[in-house]
Design a protein around this ligand. Structure first.
Ligand code: G1P
Length: 305
């Protein structure tokens, strides 16, 4: 029987340089997406999939993250005195959401290095890794599906998205073979961010992984790769090519709604898409947005307010 999965690891030690100056004193994971910090969507996703034990791999400047998942006594008592229970419940939602632990990454030596820092917390169980730049729509159940495939095949699982060939250089790319299930593939090879035009496929790893604990031994000896960093993709390639007892690597092909918040343009698109779908905002926002778009002049300037 495969070991049940209870833990999620979320690397949050990145410097967020693409969002400077907003991220000068604030972690990029705290940037609001509509009215919630990006990181809260990701923790909510882990909890929905049954993983309430969350380990964040943090770095400098990350105090705001820890505060967000903790009580804030003064604000809570002000809201309680005012009888503003609706806002109080919003404040408490992130406090009560999960059992959040923190470990510092130390030197930022890449995603593989960040994941290796989870070793003493995770120990010998399979575990999930969620990257904060990707938000998966709560109506789609990608992570639960990945956990199911991991448990059934006792393998390591990555989330794959078919991307436009012009985008492959931005991702870890998998070479795959079909399996007996439409949304599951066997991964035969992986390469981190291949140069444009040299990608072996258009199956990109999006930021969700369910890893067998053998990944830690592999990461201990993984040499710096692309960008001089210890790459998780390189360790996964070793797993895919490794002996049968490490269980190989499979991919769950995601065809749902994913919002990338990793750069400014995608972040703007994510906010517009999520706000349009919100019950409390969409009814006013969508008609305004339609008007705004129709008023945009050919040169991109706008008269809308
Ligand atoms: C990381 C991984 C890459 C993966 C991507 C998904 O890259 O190294 O393999 O495809 O996340 O978002 P990053 O976007 O952190 O540069």
């Amino acid at each position: 029987m495969p070991t049940p999965i209870t833990k999620a690891v979320i690397p949050v030690a990145g410097l967020g340089t693409r969002f400077l100056p907003a991220t000068k004193a604030m972690p990029k994971e705290m940037l609001p997406v509509v009215d919630k910090p990006a990181i809260q969507y990701v923790v909510e996703e882990a909890v929905r999939a049954g993983l309430a034990d969350v380990l964040m791999i943090t770095g400098r400047n990350k105090a705001a993250l820890e505060n967000h998942f903790d009580h804030v006594a003064e604000l809570e008592s002000v809201l309680r005195e005012k009888g503003d229970l609706e806002r109080l419940s919003k404040v408490n939602a992130s406090t009560d959401l999960a059992d959040v632990h923190y470990v510092r990454q130390g030197d930022p030596r890449g995603l593989g290095h960040a994941v290796l820092r989870a070793r003493s917390h995770v120990q010998h169980e399979p575990f999930a890794v969620l990257l904060g730049d990707d938000i998966i729509d709560e109506r789609d159940t990608l992570l639960s599906r990945m956990l199911e495939v991991q448990q059934r095949k006792n393998t390591t699982v990555v989330a794959l998205l078919e991307v436009d060939p012009s985008q492959t250089h931005l991702y870890g790319i998998a070479t795959v073979e079909d399996s007996d299930q439409d949304d599951v593939v066997k991964v035969t090879g992986l390469v981190e961010k291949p140069p444009p035009g040299e990608s072996p496929s258009n199956y990109a790893i999006i930021g969700r992984y369910v890893l067998r604990p053998e990944i830690f031994d592999i990461l201990e000896t993984t040499q710096p790769g692309k960008g001089g960093e210890i790459q998780l993709t390189d360790a996964l390639q070793e797993m895919a090519a490794g002996p049968a007892w490490v269980g190989g690597v499979h991919g769950v092909v995601f065809r749902g709604r994913r919002y990338d918040t990793g750069d400014r343009l995608d972040y703007l698109k994510a906010i517009v898409r999520l706000a349009s779908d919100r019950e409390d905002l969409g009814a006013e926002f969508v008609p305004w947005l339609r008007g705004f778009v129709s008023e945009l002049s050919a040169d991109g300037a706008s008269d809308a307010d």
